[in-house]
Design a protein around this ligand. Structure first.
Ligand code: LHQ
Length: 274
């Protein structure tokens, strides 16, 4: 299927679809795609739509220009630290509740795999949004910065949960306390991201991974992510119980039957559940 643009090219979020792979491109390149209320809202709406659209079997998120996302837009009026007469209830808790928490939760409950193509710097909430995706592939020149401590904040957008799980407490604290830039190669080496590729190969690599995942039994892929995330908080016996429950559900799915039939009939499976 040819690529189809479904948003004007100057919109803060571009949405295109190639076959069963939908690509969301953060598109505020002059501000390194920093998050505004509008962009955060569009992003959540786009993920909601993708989750509800049976034609979408994998989502790719990337950024336009030289950055991936510089986190919260620090020019946005909503980042003023103190209440103002026109916004007496303004505080960061409300901002996180309204925009960031729903986005992080939406990401972690997507029914299809979400890949992140980190094309440049990913800072603050931009870094943690990327790290919340299922498969993070970064260009060699990209970098990750837990920029929060530089401005007197703590990691948000799921960072406190994700970082220690991804790289262990010691590395997580090193990244979060110092707020230093971590290059993509080092990010891959310490297990923060799945893969680092030459800049010129990023788009093609991620699209090819996304097409591959889109042709797989996506319900099983989403259940795998959810079981991993839950198992992090569970005792071994409880994790085994979750595996049993999920496997029971998957064992009754069309895709399981199709996978087995295709194997026995020595043909390519045509998965369609999600
Ligand atoms: C930006 C930004 C930006 C606006 C670059 N905003 N314009 C949640 C809830 C509540 C409150 C607060 O926050 C949060 C979550 C968070 O995300 S907090 C963390 C917010 N992000 C940051 O602190 C990162 C700020 N940016 C940077 O440190 C640098 O820009 C990085 C290291 C990302 C990139 O550095 P450079 O490659 O040297 O680029 P640059 O600094 O020259 O930026 C290029 C342009 O982008 C520049 O605009 P200009 O008009 O001068 O060309 C920047 O002002 C703009 N920009 N980040 N977050």
């Amino acid at each position: 299927m040819p690529q189809s643009a479904v948003a004007p090219s100057d919109a803060p979020l571009l949405i295109t679809q190639d076959g069963a792979v939908q690509t969301l491109t953060l598109n505020r390149p002059a501000a390194l795609n920093a998050f505004t209320a509008e962009l955060l809202t569009l992003l959540r709406q786009a993920l909601d739509s993708a989750a509800a659209d049976a034609s979408v079997r994998a989502v790719v998120i990337t950024g336009a220009g030289r950055g991936f996302c510089a986190g919260q837009d620090l020019n946005d009026p909503m980042t003023r630290p103190h209440p103002t007469p026109d916004a007496p209830d303004q505080h960061f808790g409300a901002l996180l509740d309204k925009f960031y928490q729903p986005l992080a939760l939406r990401l972690s409950s997507m029914p299809v795999p979400v890949l992140c193509a980190v094309n440049g710097v990913a800072a603050g909430a931009g870094a943690n949004f990327a790290l919340g995706c299922d498969l993070v592939v970064a260009a060699q020149s990209a970098s990750f910065i837990q920029a929060f401590s530089r401005i007197g904040l703590l990691p948000d957008c799921g960072g406190t949960w994700l970082l220690p799980r991804l790289v262990g407490r010691a590395k997580a604290l090193q990244l979060a306390l110092l707020g230093d830039k971590l290059g993509a190669e080092e990010a891959q080496r310490i297990g923060l991201i799945a893969q680092c590729v030459p800049d010129a190969d990023l788009a093609a690599t991620v699209q090819s991974l996304a097409q591959k995942l889109a042709a797989m039994p996506t319900r099983a892929l989403a259940q795998t992510r959810q079981a991993f995330d839950r198992a992090m908080q569970l005792d071994f016996d409880e994790a085994l119980r979750i595996e049993c429950q999920a496997q029971t559900e998957l064992g009754r799915s069309f895709d399981f039957q199709e996978g087995v039939d295709a194997f026995l009939q020595k043909r390519k499976p045509a998965f369609q559940d999600r």
